[in-house]
Design a protein around this ligand. Sequence first.
Ligand code: NAD
Length: 354
Amino acid sequence: MKTYRIAIIKGDGIGPEIVREAQKVLNAVSQIEHFSIQYQEYLMGGCAYDACKNPLPEETIQGCLQADGILFGAIGGNKWDYLPRELRPESGLLRLRKALEIFANIRPVVVFDELLEASTLKPEIIRGVDLVVVRELIGGIYFGEPKGKDEKHAYNTMIYTRDEIKRIAKVAFELALNRKKKLCSVDKANVLDVSLLWREVVTEVGKDYPQVSLTHQYVDNASMQLILNPKQFDVILTGNLFGDILSDEASMLTGSIGLLPSASTGGKAALYEPIHGSAPDIAGLGIANPIATILSASMMLKNTFKETKAASMIEKAISKTLQEGYRTKDIAAFGAKEICSTTQMGDLIVKFLQ
Ligand code: NAD
């Protein structure tokens, strides 16, 4: 029997609650599909700071490097806001991404028919939306040097090398090849030099993928087009800063941040996590939506373990649960027959797997 080793990082706030449900679903599907999973838990974020005054202990990095996949909940919370930046929970996550060299963040945005009313946009605009944002994750202005702040100035550096652009572009073209073969690269080439290089390199890489139709949009236009006509997009490729903003904007097409998974891959490991944060306002109340985390686990099964049947069983079980009118509180207003807790939602998804 195949065994997969998964590093579990529950993190802070709702992290432990939502990861627990994802593990429940993984356990159930592994029994049906006859593979086994070994979990090893590691600390990161505020809980790691509390335990050892370090938001990213070395043991966590090593454990993640050895695992076949990493399932992560979320980190952060007001409790740690007083700390200097390098000790804050968020710096643990940024450092982990860098240590694992996971440069490609992949965020699928698929609108569930059952939740069309959950979006602030009209159903006819979002019905059938199925796009992926590919965001460069460990370069650009979030990491560029020099950076600094004094009394009079503050500055960051947006820098990309040719190689950094090339490797993320390849990920996006490969993805497009297996989808609708459309790639839109987003930059700000009318103003930024770094975007001129971005556009040049993406166009060069595109020559190796003649089946994929490549277009370019400025980020200001792209943010407008996402709201105006999101169905025009298949794969959106962009850098770290623009990707951070556009992927959150795209996620809202679906109506709830609690529904969307993501994968961060490309380097020495594959990390899967919901796109939302630790939601301190609802932590411990048992009302968090675990679907984004369960879908992240399903992405891990599909993309990293190649357990496509198990992944599709999970996706179908989630659709069935929503079709039957079960909703967590965040999506309760839309076609709810019954409002469920985090745990009940996990149990229902397990039930519909059968
Ligand atoms: P957030 O995503 O945690 O919460 C935003 C809103 O969405 C809140 O009202 C929250 O209750 C709701 N929400 C989020 N996930 C939900 C879920 N699964 N079910 C139901 N409702 C959900 O963003 P925030 O409030 O800006 O940040 C809170 C903390 O999370 C901060 O410390 C931030 O730095 C951190 N954060 C962490 C990550 C991460 O771990 N990858 C990402 C973003 C923010």
